[in-house]
Design a protein around this ligand. Structure first.
Ligand code: OXD
Length: 313
């Protein structure tokens, strides 16, 4: 096929060839080229990117759609005016959503079954049993009830956990009690044994996981953050853990990634660090979602992952 329109791929991962192959297979009407080998810029109409350089957009003046290779689009908004005013798509892939839900379930079970305590005891070769709350007695508060939050809530409910959700607007979610807006946040915090953050990065969520919220939480509660690192005020978390206000945290996202080797989070006995691995994009299944989204935008439609600049996600 000659002279097809071009999709430019850019990732910071070492899996670019796999992505190129999968997207080419799912979207054969476009030629996939990997940045910076873009060929004739006039043929570039789409890009699929993760943390792209601003020069990519300057080099491709006829872009009609920008697809994120991750669930978040904050890496794109960060480029400011360098990002062209064209539809921007979040990656909404059911496999990624399921991966994130499994990650949160694993974290919830880790704390609910007190693996955190047993891990510490193992270092001391200490054989000591502890009781724990059963799932039905354990309230999990999910902050962020979009596609991901709803999938997490459904999975946790299937295992028997009591789930409540928090979101910016008061829209209801079938089967989950929702508390909304600034007034709802302290209530979710006060009721949850385990608080799970899967919020998008916006001005409103920056620094939300901080001392005021921790003070509203149940003594001995746990925090899981798989949203964005900038939402967590790290010194506030460390203080809350050190004084026993919170009992443990599982963190997958950080303001600086990779987390620098000298960061105190690595060594804290009550913190589990995972390397932004909760919902790694799966090139094969993501490619199908990417093809569907890009085709829809090119037909002039608004697919499910369409992000809104003003809203921030
Ligand atoms: C993200 C992702 O956006 O992992 O953080 O997809």
């Amino acid at each position: 096929m000659q002279d097809r329109p071009v999709l430019v791929l850019h990732t910071t991962w070492d899996t670019a060839p796999v992505w190129a192959h999968e997207i080419s297979t799912a979207l054969p009407e476009l030629e996939v080229r990997t940045w910076p080998e873009i060929g004739d810029p006039a043929r570039v109409i789409a890009c699929a990117v993760w943390h792209p350089p601003a020069e990519l957009f300057a080099a491709c003046p006829d872009l009609r759609v920008v697809q994120s290779l991750g669930a978040g689009v904050d890496h794109l908004w960060r480029l400011g005016p360098a990002l062209p005013d064209v539809p921007v798509l979040r990656l909404v892939d059911p496999v990624m959503t399921e991966r994130l839900a499994h990650y949160v379930l694993a974290g919830v079970l880790h704390f609910q079954r007190r693996f955190d305590v047993f891990r510490r005891q193992q270092h001391e070769r200490r054989w000591e049993r502890h009781g724990h709350l059963d799932p039905g007695e354990t309230v999990v508060g999910v902050l962020g009830m979009g596609v991901m939050g709803r999938a997490i809530a459904a999975l946790l409910q299937r295992v028997g956990f009591a789930v409540i959700g928090w979101r910016r607007t008061a829209e209801s979610v079938a089967g989950v009690e929702i508390l909304a807006g600034p007034a709802g946040l302290p209530e979710v915090a006060a009721r949850a044994h385990i608080l799970v953050g899967v919020l998008p990065a916006t001005e409103a969520t920056r620094g939300l996981l901080a001392a005021t919220l921790f003070a509203a939480m149940r003594p001995g509660a746990f925090l899981i953050n798989a949203g964005r690192g900038e939402q967590l005020v790290v010194p506030d978390l460390i203080e809350a853990l050190d004084v026993g206000r919170l009992a443990g945290a599982l963190l997958d996202v950080f303001a600086i990634e990779p987390l620098p080797p000298d960061d105190p989070l690595w060594a804290h006995p009550r913190i589990v660090v995972t390397p932004h691995t909760a919902a790694i994009s799966n090139p094969r299944t993501a490619a199908a979602a990417i093809a569907a989204g890009i085709r829809a935008v090119l037909r002039g439609e608004s697919p499910p992952g369409l992000a809104a600049r003003g809203r921030g996600y």
